[in-house]
Write a protein of this length. Structure first.
Length: 110
């Protein structure tokens, strides 16, 4: 039994994630907004975009963090909270894992 790929609904899910990347978005919310069931959303999104819904949202957060680090003097902890992280340490770990250096080092090396 194959998965049905509804490109229009998956594009809508992607747009919603892009517009709300700094918020917690549940699969249930995305399913309601797109009309997809959770399995079709999870599998279809990964198949169509090459990353999971969660990984895509994290990518967007890190890219936005990089911009803020390079263009503002805002505290790293403030950037973390702006991006929806409850704990700055979680942001710092995620940033280092994805970028290869800490947010502090990234900012210094602008």
């Amino acid at each position: 039994m194959g998965i049905y790929i509804n490109e229009r609904s998956l594009q809508l899910a992607k747009k919603i994630i892009e517009e709300h990347f700094d918020e917690k978005i549940s699969y249930r919310f995305l399913c309601i907004k797109t009309g997809l069931n959770e399995n079709n959303l999870r599998v279809g999104f990964k198949k169509m975009f090459g990353v999971s819904v969660r990984q895509y949202q994290l990518q967007l957060k890190i890219e936005h963090a990089k911009k803020l680090l390079l263009t503002t003097d805002e505290k790293i902890s403030s950037i973390a909270y702006t991006l929806g992280y409850e704990h700055a340490d979680n942001f710092s770990l995620e940033f280092r894992r994805r970028v290869g250096v800490s947010a502090k080092v990234f900012r210094k090396n602008k």
